[in-house]
Design a protein around this ligand. Structure first.
Ligand SMILES: NC(=O)c1ccc[n+]([C@@H]2O[C@H](COP(=O)([O-])OP(=O)(O)OC[C@H]3O[C@@H](n4cnc5c(N)ncnc54)[C@H](O)[C@@H]3O)[C@@H](O)[C@H]2O)c1
Length: 376
């Protein structure tokens, strides 16, 4: 971001070694791109590239990082990568992140999300180098009592479906390791981050609304919508990523008291649009045919899906000076334009990477207008 003349996150990531677990996934690959741009040397740890296509491959991120393949359920592999890399910062994003998959494979979901978190924390217990670690869970870690207020970090954890419960487990694991092993640890500082549904270019995961649309539209096929009136607090992927980077910087800098704390990152309370509206807005940016004609609304209420869950982000604002930057329409513009560009004619990975980085810069420009402390 040097050419913008801005200093981000106190320049803390420049020249630092950063380990990102789940770096081949949607959030992990955008985080990798941003970290590299901040001057960090990134090592990724993941079991596979979860989708084809992927943001990771499309931007050829594998050519500019050290990639370690391994499973977070394998405690030795986790130990090895952490002790080989000796990262200054660790962002733990590796997870089974799909609700529908958790219904099919609850045991894997609990093992990856729960024991995976335990394995990473266990490996950090004995390290003798300084490391700040950020653990990414989910807004779904809260017991969803279907109320209209935003959930605070102190609210009860829970989860009626395996995915939600596995994220509550991850949080419980996080807090128990913190209190038992990290409270007075000489080298390791930790925090956890809870964000909700994110959208943005480069997600091709199964059963997520934006990927479902672009996959179908790119094949000139109709997308079937199962819950058109479902309302989610949609947020651009760069919003929580900025929060994760801010936590890492705070743990390393003047706000060490956030050690052991959890933070919510969510959109403003009034930014709730239903699936039907979101698809209509996404379709406006699609220039490869008339997407509006390729939408079929077909309600399916056969499986349990938690109702609206809002996050209260007062703590992130008060302690970290974090707040959302993009409104809903800007979020849709970033997302729609990215996919439209990707599916354009003969887009090579260098041009795509530049396009992706430009979106990061546009995001930072928008943030700088809000005078947030992480941009100077
Ligand atoms: N995308 C969202 O809307 C959203 C919302 C809330 C929370 N989250 C959380 O953010 C994190 C990242 O989400 P995402 O959307 O990038 O998910 P993703 O599915 O796109 O990526 C998951 C990553 O974890 C890796 N992974 C999965 N199982 C693994 C295993 N056993 N061992 C090692 N690596 C493994 C995958 O290879 C991939 O790199 C997850 O913890 C997810 O639960 C995501």
């Amino acid at each position: 971001m040097e050419k913008m003349g801005l200093t981000l996150f106190g320049d803390i990531y420049r020249g630092k070694k950063v380990l990102v677990t789940g770096n081949t996934g949607f959030k992990g690959s955008w985080l990798t791109l941003w970290l590299q741009n901040l001057g960090a040397t990134v090592t990724g740890f993941a079991d596979t590239v979860p989708t084809t296509p992927s943001f990771y491959k499309a931007n050829k991120l594998d050519e500019s990082i050290t990639q370690v393949w391994g499973d977070v359920r394998d405690v030795q592999a986790v130990n090895k990568v952490i002790n080989d890399v000796k990262p200054d910062f660790l962002f733990h994003l590796a997870a089974q992140a799909l609700v529908k998959e958790s219904l099919k494979n609850p045991l894997d979901t609990f093992a990856i999300n729960g024991m995976g978190t335990a394995n990473v924390m266990h490996a950090l217990r004995d390290v003798t180098f300084d490391c700040k670690a950020v653990f990414i869970t989910s807004d779904k870690c809260y017991e969803n009592v279907e109320w209209v207020w935003g959930y605070k970090e102190s609210d009860r954890l829970g989860g009626k479906d395996p995915y939600s419960a596995s994220k509550a487990v991850a949080e419980i694991v996080f807090h128990s390791f913190y209190h038992t092993y990290f409270l007075n640890h000489p080298h390791v500082k930790v925090a956890s981050a809870r964000a909700g549904n994110v959208i943005g270019g480069g997600d091709w995961a199964m059963d997520r609304i934006v990927p479902d649309c672009v996959k179908q539209w790119s094949n000139r096929q109709t997308v079937n919508i199962r819950r058109p009136k479902s309302t989610r607090p949609w947020q651009h992927v760069l919003e929580p990523l900025g929060g994760y980077l801010l936590i890492g910087a705070a743990l390393a800098g003047k706000k060490k008291e956030i050690h052991g704390e959890s933070f919510n990152f969510g959109p403003p309370a009034n930014q709730n649009y239903c699936v039907e509206e979101l698809i209509g807005d996404l379709a406006k940016y699609w220039t490869h045919g008339t997407a509006m004609k390729l939408i079929n609304i077909e309600e399916d209420k056969s499986f349990y899906e938690a109702g609206l869950l809002k996050l209260n982000t007062d703590k992130a604002l008060a302690v970290l000076d974090w707040q959302p930057v993009l409104n809903y329409h800007e979020t849709m513009k970033f997302t729609g334009e990215w996919y439209d560009y990707y599916y354009g004619d003969k887009v090579d990975s260098a041009a795509l990477k530049e396009f992706s980085l430009n979106q990061v810069m546009d995001y930072i420009n928008a943030a700088s207008k809000k005078n947030l402390q992480w941009i100077k």
